[in-house]
Design a protein. Sequence first.
Length: 241
Amino acid sequence: MKRRIFVILKWVLLLYLIYLAAGALLPFVHTKKTGEAFKNNFKPASFYSETKSADRARVVETSMDALESRVQMIHQAENRIVLSTFDIRDGSSCRDIFSSLLEAADRGVKVQILVDGLYGTLHMEGNPIFYAAGTNPNIEIKFYNIPNPLKPWTINGRMHDKYLLVDDKLLLLGGRNTFDYFLGEYNLRNLSYDRDVLIYNTKHGQEEAWPSSVLSEADAYFEAEGESNTVKPYLIPPPPP
């Protein structure tokens, strides 16, 4: 009897693994093609203009500059902060950022955090600093596409966005995730060589400043993403006693 149960369990596990592999890979074999409507409406010339832009940009080169830029931006926030990241992990740089976010939230700034669902569940659950952020009334945490083992196609649908948006004034975006490998110099033996671009809206606060800035496009993208059914609010579980 025990042998029969063992054989059944083995076959169930094998079938599940086949289902998992097929479900995770097959939906991405044939990717969607660009629609004709988009092709017809896409105008490369719209990215160029004879008019001087309201935005100014500079490259953020080093990991230390990347961390300091993020902290300074958060401290300058008056109304709203948007942080979107693919991978986030506890560490010295992450604590620097989240202590700044908590300080901003405590003075009334609305903080919206969007994290990829795979790495969010792996690295944020049960962590006291993320729990503290999630329980602050001015901080909203959402996960993109939380993997479901019964729906293996959700495993590969990942979000790699990495940007920080502050009010209508500052936007930082690039290739850096939110932990020590990418930010700060806490681990000098293992540093990333990614870069960010810091964009400053010189006409922030003026009525015509928002539509003419790339910051408005980043904000519209974030709002559209948030309306997707793949993005869900997530309450970070408390740390173990």
